[in-house]
Write a protein that binds this ligand. Structure first.
Ligand code: HEM
Length: 419
């Protein structure tokens, strides 16, 4: 365990103690002081397993922009981690872990289905759902902002995007947590088993949904599944396996990340009361505020690539097939790019954060995530300007996906009985 890394003062710090596979408990609470030390002392850090961890903005951005030099294909990495298993098949077939040409074929129909124009039609339903959640929270003074609010929003949106019948949506969240949870740097046997079970069950569910949708196609303008099925039948040729595994990926990619963005934002506002007052006074700041929440507490903290040939980053020479961890959360606090980076500034401009990555794999759902977060946070604040968090907030405890499992909250709207 690397407690020494944290407790030592910066003068005696040995940054080489840092290991993504063996993180000290303090890291999960607040990784930013650690990121800062790494950026200052070992911005291209060699980890014990031979991979490197990048914490400077310019290095992370340069890797994202060079898709030929840094591959997203994870077959080499996932074979020993997952063996021959459903998790292996899933993660190595989804577009995020592939290079062109599979990546290009799958990405094209997804991008058009999630364009700004296409998601505009989701807005009215989203507002209705957010308001219904706020109404039901108003009935009680004590709520959990994750379960009662943040988690319910992406579930609704993703369910609508794929036109999943409402009665069949319940297992989606747990499947998604189990499958993406299997991407953590270190895994228990039980987490592996849970992840594999989730891929098998979700594949079976989707195969059934695909058969139904083939027989009764939806509107390809708004139904992502119909669009992907049609893309599969055209020149782009998605195989059945590619179709199923990429549907799983889209359903998962938009869940936890967006839940965590909403949760992290409402948590951050309680730690920065002046910024909270500013946003309440100036609701028009919401779009820029969401960008700042994305930068400040990125819900996806790590990206990964593998070198396709020998290369160098800064002064460090990397051999072919070196695994590279991209410190998104660290890059987003780099003072070289963001003045006063540890400060939450809801009007920050420019704010070219890397929360959605960059380059050919840049998040396909970013406009949807922005829309969900802006509507949810703005409407929550308008309804419950005096909300307070309880003492027992529980973090997810994961390095890659940063967020809370529980955010107990007093909405400030208790129904007082009149004498
Ligand atoms: C706050 C919410 C979100 C965050 C922080 C986030 C973050 C990211 C990041 C960092 C990547 C790049 C991965 C890489 O290059 O290795 C990515 C890719 C992707 N995201 Fe998101 N995402 C969010 C929400 C969503 C939503 C709502 C959807 C869909 C409904 C979505 C769909 C995708 C897809 C399909 C990709 C793969 C793109 C590709 O490989 O070409 N994401 N996301």
């Amino acid at each position: 365990m690397n407690g020494d890394f944290i407790s030592s003062d910066s003068a005696s710090l040995d940054a080489t103690n840092f290991d993504l596979r063996d993180l000290p408990p303090q890291f999960y609470e607040d990784p930013y002081p650690i990121y800062r030390r790494l950026r200052e002392q070992a911005p291209v850090l060699r980890l014990p397993d031979g991979s490197v961890f990048l914490t400077r903005y310019r290095d992370v951005l340069a890797v994202y922009k060079d898709a030929q030099g840094f591959s997203s294909d994870k077959v080499r990495e996932f074979a020993p981690k997952f063996g021959d298993s459903p998790l292996f098949e899933h993660h190595t077939t989804s577009l995020v872990f592939n290079d062109p040409p599979l990546h290009t074929r799958v990405r094209r129909p997804i991008i058009s289905a999630l364009s700004i124009k296409a998601i505009e039609r989701l807005k009215a339903g989203l507002i209705e759902r957010v308001d219904a959640l706020l109404d039901s929270m108003q009935e009680r003074s004590q709520v959990d902002l994750i379960e009662d609010f943040a988690a319910a929003i992406p579930l609704e949106i993703i369910g609508n995007l794929f036109d999943v019948p409402r009665t069949e949506r319940a297992p989606l969240r747990d499947w998604s947590l189990a499958i993406l949870g299997a991407l953590e740097p270190s895994l228990s046997e039980e987490q592996l088993a849970r992840g594999n079970r989730a891929v098998s069950q979700m594949s079976e569910y989707l195969r059934g949904l695909i058969v139904q949708r083939r027989n009764h196609p939806g509107d390809p303008e708004s139904d992502v599944l119909t669009r992907l099925i049609e893309a599969g039948m055209g020149a782009t040729q998605l195989s059945e396996k590619e179709l199923v595994q990429n549907c799983i990926f889209i359903l998962n990619a938009g869940h936890e990340t967006t839940t965590n963005l909403i949760g992290n934002s409402l948590h951050a506002l309680t730690r920065w009361p002046d910024e909270r007052a500013r946003l309440i006074a100036e609701p028009g700041l919401i779009d820029s505020a969401v960008e700042e929440f994305l930068r400040f507490e990125s819900s996806n903290q790590l990206g990964n690539r593998i070198t396709t040939g020998p290369c160098s980053i800064g002064d460090t020479v990397l051999a072919v097939h070196t695994r590279v961890h991209l410190g998104i959360g660290a890059a987003n606090r780099d003072p070289e790019q963001f003045p006063d980076p540890e400060r939450l500034d809801l009007a920050r401009t420019p704010n070219r954060h890397l929360a959605f990555g960059s380059g050919i794999h840049q998040c396909a759902g970013m406009n949807l995530a922005r829309l969900e977060a802006a509507l949810a946070i703005a409407r929550f604040l308008a309804r419950f300007p005096n909300y307070r968090l309880g003492d027992t907030c529980v973090r997810g405890g994961r390095a890659r996906f940063r967020g809370f499992l529980k955010l107990p909250c007093d909405t400030g709207k208790a129904h007082h009985h009149r004498p």
